[in-house]
Design a protein around this ligand. Sequence first.
Ligand code: HEC
Ligand code: HEC
Ligand code: HEC
Ligand code: HEC
Ligand code: HEC
Ligand code: HEC
Ligand code: HEC
Ligand code: HEC
Length: 248
Amino acid sequence: MRLPEQVMRLGIVVGGIAAIVLLLRFVLLPDTLFSAKPHQAATVVREMEKPLHHAGVAACRECHAEQFDLKYGGKHRNIGCENCHGPAAAHAAKPEAETSMPPLPREREKCLACHAYDSSRPNGFPQVDPQEHRPRKKCVSCHDPHDPVPDEAPEDCAACHGRIEQTKALSTHALLPCASCHAVDERHLTEPRLALPSKPDSREVCGRCHAAGSTDPDASKAVVDLESHGGTYVCWECHYAHLPEGRK
Ligand code: HEC
Ligand code: HEC
Ligand code: HEC
Ligand code: HEC
Ligand code: HEC
Ligand code: HEC
Ligand code: HEC
Ligand code: HEC
């Protein structure tokens, strides 16, 4: 049986289109248009060819057991050496080479990258306010970077209240010790939040030195009438105690 003429022609056209599609798919167009696999394979090869920059903590431990042990026993346990010292594969491979000696990151900024106060950090992560926490001094002058919890409690309030100390130092209250207005428990110096110092709670605290006829050895020449001056408000409603001459 012969097919009708129209069916033959249609067959030739359909066959032609199919041939073009197959030619495009398998011969003319590259495989990468149809599958991610060649991309992945090429990327793996490309990345594998890159030189390694980091050696990893295990390598550092081989030669720097002292620093490793110190760090492992302290709060920086989980911070890799190269987080602070930078990539050191070249150094680990050839430690005597001066050119690849890892830097010693002593600048404040290096520590503050992780410890400067930032509300987006996880709850409880130890953070400091760089303006308050011993401004300008190098962190490593008090903290061993490999075991950062300091051995000794600070002796002065300025270690943690730097800004208040600086403000007061330039005020008329410069010569008053912090203790003339705050009673401080020893424990406050090591575990500040567990033992908060007292704060003045009445006009009489200031009146001790500023009321007429005061017999306090530190009494001020600047005297006010405690009964009337400033109404019934507490004094620090108008005078900042750490800079009292600058009225709010
Ligand atoms: C094959 C031994 C070896 C390996 C591995 C090694 N180091 Fe060293 N490293 C040395 C030697 C040797 C010195 C120079 C003497 C010294 O100061 O202790 C040195 C010095 C250093 C210094 C001090 C530079 C200075 O100026 O005082 C740092 C920091 C350091 N290495 C970090 C690392 C880190 C991080 C690693 C791991 C990635 C590492 N090292 C791996 C042997 C090694
Ligand atoms: C938190 C950052 C930090 C980490 C983590 C760290 N270091 Fe250090 N490292 C420092 C700083 C800062 C100094 C410089 C200290 C100084 O001069 O007072 C230093 C000094 C060194 C020195 C010089 C000698 C010394 O002890 O002062 C070596 C060696 C060293 N580090 C190796 C290591 C190795 C090995 C590790 C990992 C086990 C490591 N460090 C982890 C910050 C870090
Ligand atoms: C890569 C981030 C990182 C860097 C850089 C870093 N630290 Fe830390 N630090 C941490 C982590 C993480 C802890 C542990 C926090 C915890 O125990 O919850 C920590 C803990 C501490 C603690 C203990 C706080 C406490 O009492 O619990 C001190 C102090 C400290 N770091 C000081 C420093 C100093 C000083 C430097 C610079 C030499 C520094 N850190 C650099 C991440 C970092
Ligand atoms: C003059 C000494 C001194 C210097 C300089 C200093 N610190 Fe401290 N820092 C201390 C002492 C002491 C403590 C312990 C008291 C405490 O637990 O709050 C402390 C506590 C900390 C804590 C723990 C805070 C907490 O809430 O648990 C961190 C983090 C810290 N310091 C980071 C730093 C960083 C970062 C620098 C540099 C920018 C720095 N320190 C500079 C003395 C110092
Ligand atoms: C080791 C760090 C540190 C030292 C040293 C330190 N403080 Fe504090 N102080 C703190 C912290 C942390 C707080 C709590 C701040 C907060 O809750 O915002 C605080 C709070 C205070 C408060 C406010 C209490 C309150 O109820 O709001 C006073 C007052 C105070 N300290 C006085 C002092 C005096 C005076 C000294 C010196 C004898 C001193 N502090 C030494 C860390 C310290
Ligand atoms: C003349 C008295 C006086 C002296 C001296 C003084 N304070 Fe205060 N302090 C106050 C008063 C008043 C307040 C505010 C109380 C309130 O708001 O309830 C205060 C508040 C504080 C607070 C709470 C935070 C704030 O800023 O309100 C801290 C921390 C503090 N003082 C630390 C210190 C330190 C550290 C010193 C020594 C450098 C010091 N004070 C010296 C009277 C004093
Ligand atoms: C232990 C004594 C003492 C206490 C307590 C004290 N002061 Fe003073 N105050 C002084 C001295 C001393 C001066 C310096 C003025 C002078 O030369 O006599 C001064 C100065 C001042 C001045 C500036 C006076 C001027 O000449 O402009 C003000 C305002 C002041 N204090 C307010 C306060 C307030 C508010 C409190 C309570 C939070 C307070 N004082 C607590 C001793 C004290
Ligand atoms: C309502 C605000 C206010 C309150 C509250 C207040 N003061 Fe004043 N104080 C002032 C003003 C304003 C001045 C400056 C004008 C003046 O000399 O009367 C001043 C001046 C002073 C002076 C300087 C006087 C002089 O001779 O130079 C002292 C000291 C002083 N106050 C202490 C205190 C004490 C102590 C308290 C709490 C018992 C207090 N003040 C409460 C607003 C206040």
